[in-house]
Ligand binder design. Structure first.
Ligand code: ADP
Length: 478
């Protein structure tokens, strides 16, 4: 099958969150199943030693007030069956940040991603690779689905739209509809209008043949008022074509046995070696270097979604338990300040790292005993899957993909693999942390949970096969 995967970020080239992990790993897993896969993303100002080859001369893309030019590059040295292309345009993409700078969104995001999606469609008009499947991801690439359906007439292509987080819909003032190349006829509730604004994600929800999201529970949740972000009605109307497929993780990147960013490699039969990483992490965060004190890691966008309101209420009480907390994150300024205050108050209990740092993230997974995700909602969540592999036991709220992957530990039966709370409250969060810390005291039992979770297989293989099945069924219906 010929699959075109279009995304605004992808590991290792550019990342702000889980979408980049998915775009880096799912296409690879599809290619490993023998399919011909092309990934395409914008050519940002990228850090790292990547080698690109120019594959197509600049070609014109008609925008509202001007003609802009797109170049096409290809990454050198990717896997068999997998090609990664980049659309370049210095004006739109050669900037610090992908979507924003210092917490403020770029004002021309609608125009930038309209350009990107148009350029992709124009390029594939010229290319010899004609996709049987177009798989677009999140609002930045949703327009590609609408273009394929309404302008480019890709009647033989299965149009698949994945939503990785319904909290981000690509909302813009309504006048910007003209930037997309569509006219006011598209500004209706059954097309791109959303409460008198433009929502680019609707281009995917309305025009895709199938809609996917990243866990079965989240696929159900987004059809409810509580989690539907105002789109639950539309999503319920499309429920026969709405599917949840759990994300996997890429064990080429996430494996403590081979991870080059950590201090000491280890696997499930030598978990005592994990301690060297904990010690290094404690040292780097100015915390007492003690093996016996439980260390809770947290790596996250600092956003309301991730549970910071209940965490801030519970934080002093958590710090008063015998434990350490190391946080890596960036996002809302109010949470930056909150964490800075907490560090002043509890210097020996909390380590804060306010930024985006992939290498440090790997050390945190390796050095933590527990991994905290008190999310208000969580489409899939990758942190808990990565932390399983690194032997850090997740403490999570029961929602979305966290509900599908983490099961509350029952000391009587020995079943379960984490500490789960359901009600979204600081009390219940504190209670789950307390239970984890108590269990940690029982070294033998703790080691057996760690060993168990490190052997879990959340690789992409099974999920990739489910996507292929879905692509096939969608193609059959065209
Ligand atoms: P989301 O996509 O909502 O941000 P996920 O749990 O799906 O959350 O994925 C988050 C990914 O981003 C994980 O790979 C996590 O390790 C990584 N990550 C999040 N914040 C940071 C950060 N500040 N530095 C490094 N990696 C981060």
């Amino acid at each position: 099958m010929k699959i075109l995967f279009i995304a605004s970020e992808m590991v290792p080239y550019a990342k702000t969150g889980g979408l980049a992990d998915v775009a880096g790993a799912l296409p690879k897993a599809l290619a490993a199943l023998g399919h011909e896969v092309v990934v395409i993303m914008p050519k940002y100002k990228m850090e790292g030693n990547f080698e690109f080859e120019r594959v197509y001369d600049n070609f014109p893309v008609q925008m509202l007030h001007s003609i802009e030019y797109a170049g096409v590059y290809k990454a050198k040295g990717t896997d068999k069956n997998l090609t990664v292309f980049f659309i370049s345009n210095a004006k739109y993409f050669d900037r610090e940040g992908l979507y924003q700078v210092r917490g403020i969104d770029f004002p021309d995001n609608c125009e930038r991603f309209s350009f990107f999606c148009k350029a992709v469609m124009e390029y594939f008009k010229k290319s010899l690779f004609f996709p049987e499947v177009l798989h677009a991801n999140d609002w930045q690439t949703a327009l590609a689905i609408a273009y394929a359906k309404n302008i480019y007439n890709w009647k033989k292509t299965a149009l698949v739209y994945s939503v990785h987080n319904l909290g981000y819909l690509g909302i813009f003032p309504k006048e910007q509809i003209l930037q997309t190349g569509f006219d006011w006829n598209m500004f209706t509730p059954d097309a791109l209008e959303f409460y008198d604004n433009l929502a680019l994600a609707k281009a995917g929800f309305v025009f895709a043949d199938v809609i996917c999201t990243v866990s079965e529970t989240y696929a159900k949740e987004i059809q409810t008022k509580e989690f539907g972000h105002g789109l639950d009605g539309l999503l319920r109307s499309r429920k026969d074509n709405l599917f949840g497929i759990l994300n996997g993780i890429d064990y080429d990147v996430w494996d403590p046995e081979h991870d080059k960013q950590i201090v000491k490699n280890y696997n499930s039969s030598e978990i005592n070696l994990k301690y060297a990483n904990k010690k290094a992490l404690q040292k780097a965060n100015g915390l007492p270097q003690k093996q016996s004190i439980p260390l809770i890691g947290m790596i996250t966008r600092l956003a309301d979604q991730k549970g910071f309101d209940i965490l801030s209420e519970a934080l002093d009480n958590i710090m008063n338990l015998k434990c350490q907390l190391v946080v890596l994150g960036t996002g809302d300024q109010k949470y930056h300040s909150l964490l800075q205050e907490a560090k002043k108050k509890h210097p020996n209990n909390i380590g804060i790292n306010l930024g985006f740092d992939s290498a440090l993230a790997q050390l945190i997974y390796a050095g933590s005993d527990m991994f905290l995700m008190p999310s208000r909602y969580e489409p899939c969540g990758l942190g808990q899957l990565i932390s399983f592999k690194y032997g850090a036991i997740p403490i999570v709220r029961k929602t979305g993909g966290l509900a599908d992957t983490v099961h509350d530990y029952n000391p009587t039966t020995g079943k379960g693999d984490g500490f789960v709370f359901e009600e979204y409250s600081s009390d219940k969060l504190l209670d789950a942390v307390k239970r984890a810390i108590e269990m940690y005291e029982n070294k033998k039992e703790w080691a057996s949970i760690v060993k168990k979770v490190m052997c879990y297989d959340y690789s992409w293989k099974q999920s990739a096969a489910k996507y292929i099945d879905l692509y096939r069924k969608t193609l059959q219906k065209l």
